[in-house]
Design a binder for this molecule. Sequence first.
Ligand SMILES: [Zn+2]
Ligand SMILES: [Zn+2]
Length: 615
Amino acid sequence: MEGVDQLKADAEQYIPEGYDPQLYKIRHSAAHVMAQAVLERFPDAKPTIGPPIKDGFYYDFDMARAPNDEDIAWIEQRMKEIFKGRHPFRVREVSAEEAHDLFKDNPYKRELIDGLVQGGYDENGNPLPDDQQPKITVYQHDTFVDLCRGPHLPHTGYVKANGVKLMNVAGAYWRGDATKPQLTRIYGTAWRNKTQLTEHLERLELARERDHRKLGRELELFTFSKMVGPGLPLWLPKGAIMRQTLVDFLRQEQLDRGYQPVITPHIGRLELFKTSGHYPYYKDSQFPAMFEDEEQGEGYLLKPMNCPHHIQIYAYKQRSYRDLPVRLAEFGQVYRYEQSGELGGLTRVRGFTVDDAHIFCRPDQVKAEFKDAIDLALTVLGALSFHDYRVQISLRDPNNKEKYVGEDAQWEQAEQAIREAVAEMNLDAHEALGEAAFYGPKVDFIVTDALGREWQLGTVQLDYNLPERFDLTYVGSDDKRHRPVMIHRAPFGSLERFIGVLIEHCGGAFPAWLAPVQVRILPITDAHVDYARAVEAQLRKAGLRVEVDARNEKMGFKIREAQLQKIPYMLVIGNREMENDAVAVRLRTEEDLGAMPVAAFLEMAQTAIAEKRSL
Ligand SMILES: [Zn+2]
Ligand SMILES: [Zn+2]
């Protein structure tokens, strides 16, 4: 292979792993076509970069004004014509001079060209030999030429015009740097055909409807206050009861598995976090230290993690090999200083609760403990209907070892133990480099929610390093001191984030055991309120979360409201129910189960709750 064919073949390497190659080329080609149309509408605009992204593409332009709706409609229409024109994408290699000449009016492209040329020197500043020089390539279709490494489709007709849609216009900085010029970014989405595009747009609409920030407001689960501060969620009564139910569920599971609850404060001395390695390396993502005074050796940090505190609980007395494993669990509040631009709802916050536990064990116990922690995480995901997940073994980046603490031998030992545990559990796992914690490798659970999006929930981490840094020991059967191994694990991860994902996964229709209000009783008239109250008292005594809607409203209105609140069970009460000690049961799915004795309803609801079914 040579010449153009070789250039095209080389370009394939730029398709990211896991990205459908055809879709990648469709989106990349659509970005070029959009740039052509934009330049026809705005001849003075300067295109900068325009890559494919998840589900679509964008292109950034330096332009005098952002396109309005009319411009976007024009550009979209023009793109359709260019797609239908079946213009071939032609690639050729150019010299740096030719490239500079081609883009002489575009300082952004020239900066990119310089970057490519600078790549052509060795570390001593000497030019690389000719055959190692980075190639500068341009792709042309119709009238549009772009500095581009590819890959592209054979011609523009490979993009189906009705599979592409421009989505929105936003601001962006050149190279993402706020000190550099502000650009205009136009986003588009592109798919193989119209059906795929329609499905994507429907998923987006569903995601909007299920947005946990919107549902959190409508269902009165949580709120944020400017006075309190961004990223600091305030749990409203309904959200708090739901969250407490989740916590109780896990607490019981942990007690059954031999965990011991502990409680620790929200802050700790800087010294503690210097020893653990959290400080100063993670300074940028933490709230600044309090009362920091180098000379006095004073200073406190809001805790970014619970591990160092739990380590001190392990270390408060000498442990024997017979005491191990020690499993310390705490729903521990931690604080991270996320950039305000990143804050949105519950998925990224500055104060959150980790369902944390630290297992201190002997080396011969590592595998069994690690497996039990994985089993617990899978139990939790299953109880919440996250049945679609993949298991990721997160390893350190072998080219960036300075980002991690500890010796190579410890890392290899830990990685081996994890691989064995996962294999023995018959889990289908893949490995991801660079995703480890700073102290050790881990297993992460990547869950696909009902909308097809992936979330990392739950983690089990193996750590030979912190026991070393804190000089933890136990006395072995040989009467000598030995080093324990630590397992960090959190099946929910962050409770806040987990609940944010859960809200969107079930669209706010929590399974009955979690629903903040499980039953709403709807008396038809005032004459039925007393009986409704009596049923309410009976159900509450049996442990159900129940309320009465005694407002003087039409029944249709009351039912609709209860359905919007996603309340699992509605009990309608009129004369007939009153006379027969019964209730007429409706489900939030609009299913009408008709009248049944109160005792029969209670048994049905309690069974669904005990089995953690949806209804
Ligand atoms: Zn390109
Ligand atoms: Zn930890």
